[in-house]
Design a protein around this ligand. Structure first.
Ligand code: NAD
Length: 349
């Protein structure tokens, strides 16, 4: 049988193991589906509640199912026969979404609660949960010159309201399913991911995609202005999607990372103003900046401390922001042109 060795550890997978990917109609789930397909996995079941035509990516040869995984019975059907389950499904978006729709964010708890129980009952070998840097204590993120967040900074807990608390409690489920019931779980705390095939308009998009779109629109309309949320001094790090999916694979197949939350993010810290400058450079324009000081801005500063991931995997997400942004910008530019021409584009539902 064809075996895939984990890049750093001895866990092995068969290429005909059934992988279930929840949230596969979205950005990261769609990219993870393509990643495993391209690695030669022949049995992938991709699931999302969105109708199939609205999925961001449909990978040929992959079984794609439209199911609402906040329902227990759907979760039981979803994981039937699975070796591994990846939970990338959540009701989420950028700052504009998670600050406004806290109840929707909290209700994502239903997905993980039912999916992990179904995975346990079905005897799956490994379960992955996509947590977030929003699980960290917000009191540690009040300064743009933030010290990077390390894994132990989640407790004492003061997570981001709504979205962050859902992540923290779902992490706890993963830890207790391992401690009490022996289900092998793996938990990554993603810091902002960006790249092609993600949300780029409609209200759920995150800063890199939103700013690429705004720069493209400013250039196309000849109105050389851009609205920026906040004062532009807030700082963040941004992880390229290629690093994100590779990191998920490595974390899931590392025996030292069972039920152990770990940062998966870039440590290249930039301010939003610097992010805009990078995109301007790529586009070859210079825009007049207008600051929307009462728009949602999130915490003042956030970065990923990668000491632990480097120690345990001898790796960290390292695609330079400039490189990943160029790819993302080109993809959004094409999407904008396609939408103008009346063609189907990635759209929010
Ligand atoms: P996304 O919104 O593009 O994808 C999430 C998908 O989950 C969507 O397609 C949505 O339709 C699906 N979904 C929602 N509710 C569902 C349900 N009840 N049943 C089935 N499917 C459902 O988001 P993403 O950026 O791909 O994020 C994936 C995961 O990573 C999420 O858990 C998110 O919280 C986490 N995360 C993402 C980032 C980031 O920067 N993108 C950062 C931190 C954490």
């Amino acid at each position: 049988m064809d075996m895939l060795q984990s890049p750093t550890h001895s866990s092995a997978m068969n290429k005909d193991d059934l992988l279930v990917i929840a949230g596969a109609g979205g950005f990261i789930g769609g990219s993870l589906t393509r990643y495993f397909h391209d690695k030669g996995f022949t049995r992938i079941r991709a699931i999302d509640k969105k109708p199939l035509p609205d999925w961001y990516q449909r990978v040929p040869g992959v079984a794609c199912l439209c199911m609402d995984l906040s329902e227990k019975d759907h979760c039981i059907r979803a994981v039937e026969g699975a070796t591994e389950v990846y939970n990338l499904a959540a009701d989420m978006g950028g700052m504009g979404f998670i600050e406004r729709f806290r109840v929707e964010c909290l209700r994502s708890i239903l997905i993980n609660t039912h999916l992990i129980e179904a995975a346990y009952q079905a005897g799956v070998e490994r379960y992955f949960f996509s947590s977030s840097a929003c699980a960290y204590n917000t009191l540690l993120q009040q300064d743009p010159h933030v010290r990077a967040l390390k894994e132990s900074d989640a407790y004492p807990a003061m997570a981001e309201r709504g979205y962050g608390w859902e992540k923290l409690v779902s992490e706890m489920f993963c830890q207790e399913y391992w401690a009490e019931r022996g289900l092998e779980t793996h938990i990554a705390r993603f810091h902002n991911a960006y790249g092609a095939n993600g949300t780029w308009y409609g209200g759920r998009e995150k800063a890199p995609a939103a700013l690429c779109r705004k720069v493209i629109e400013a250039r196309d309309t000849g109105k050389y202005e851009i609205d920026i949320w906040g004062d532009g001094h807030q700082t963040r790090s941004f992880m390229y999607i290629g690093d994100c999916v590779k990191g998920i694979d490595m974390i899931m197949h590392c025996d030292d990372l069972i039920a152990t939350p770990i940062n998966l993010g870039s440590s290249e810290l930039v301010s939003i103003n610097e992010l805009v400058s990078l995109i301007e450079e790529i586009a070859g324009v210079k825009l007049q900046r207008r600051y929307a000081l009462d728009a949602p801005r999130g915490v003042a500063g956030r970065n990923s401390d990668n000491t632990f991931i480097k120690q345990v995997l001898d790796w960290e997400p390292s695609t330079p922001l400039r490189v990943g942004l160029a790819v993302t910008y080109a993809w959004i530019e094409q999407q904008v042109a396609d939408r103008k021409a009346g063609k189907r584009v990635v759209k929010e539902t």
